[in-house]
Design a protein around this ligand. Structure first.
Ligand SMILES: Cc1cc2nc3c(=O)[nH]c(=O)nc-3n(C[C@H](O)[C@H](O)[C@H](O)COP(=O)(O)O)c2cc1C
Length: 220
């Protein structure tokens, strides 16, 4: 169902109180790997996807493709896919880094009640090709924007989201039997988190601390 547009001339006012809350939402969004197992209402998931689809997209292409993964056998294959990729990733580290990597929990596949595979349809004709001719990668960027919107909308409902990229995308596409030209953007776990925190887990675990943004701002 396409949402009705509002033609009212009165746009909402986002006041200072709202902006303060919004910043808190940004601060308290987390990548979640520790979930409770209680279910999320299916209607709630659909509502979050409806909000995700309000994200910007190049040429208004709306290239996101959301696959709800409920099938037990498929979930088991995806778990095995992660385990293989994670073992390969661990093998690339040495010494203290390898020891630390091995302690990290980098997915919540077993507990998360909702799994979503999010793909981009990279067809350059979507949105009549506007913008994607010069930068075809903007189709995938558009899907990243939708995932970020989903992430924040979920957090506002007290629902956690964990993004998994330690996964073989070709195997995943086969597991899910989706069109060959679709490209995986992220495999997402959603569920109620075991804890709420404003500190990224990889910061807390000593893997990578947060860097002050002033170090990434350049002037020319
Ligand atoms: C594109 C992308 C891929 C990610 N892949 C993984 C992943 O495979 N496993 C994982 O534990 N976290 C993954 N993350 C989450 C990041 O580790 C997390 O965003 C980062 O540590 C900062 O923590 P925060 O999201 O709680 O602020 C991914 C995040 C992004 C944006």
């Amino acid at each position: 169902m396409i949402e009705p547009f509002s033609h009212s001339p009165a746009a909402p006012l986002f006041d200072a109180t709202f902006r303060g809350k919004l910043e808190q939402l940004f601060r308290w969004r987390r990548d979640v790997r520790h979930f409770r197992t209680d279910a999320i209402e299916p209607a709630k998931v659909d509502e979050l996807l409806r909000i995700a689809a309000l994200a910007p997209s190049v040429g208004h292409s709306q290239p996101w493709r959301f696959v709800k993964v409920d099938d037990t056998k498929r979930r088991a294959e995806i778990r095995a896919n992660f385990e293989r990729c994670n073992a390969d990733a661990l093998a690339d580290y040495a010494n203290e880094r390898a020891k630390l990597y091995a302690t990290l929990k980098l997915q919540g596949l077993d507990q998360a009640p909702v799994h979503l595979a999010v793909f981009v349809d990279p067809h350059k004709g979507l949105g009549e090709g506007l913008g994607a001719k010069t930068m075809p990668e903007t189709l995938a960027y558009s899907v990243v924007g939708a995932i970020n919107t989903l992430w924040l909308a979920a957090r506002a409902e007290g629902i956690g989201l964990g993004w998994i990229s330690i996964i073989n995308p070709d195997e995943l596409r086969q597991t899910l039997d989706v069109p060959e030209h679709w490209k995986l953007v992220g495999y997402l776990c959603l569920g109620y988190p075991q804890e709420q925190t404003d500190m990224p887990e990889l910061h807390r675990e000593g893997w990578q601390e947060r860097i002050d943004v002033s170090e990434f701002i350049y002037e020319r």
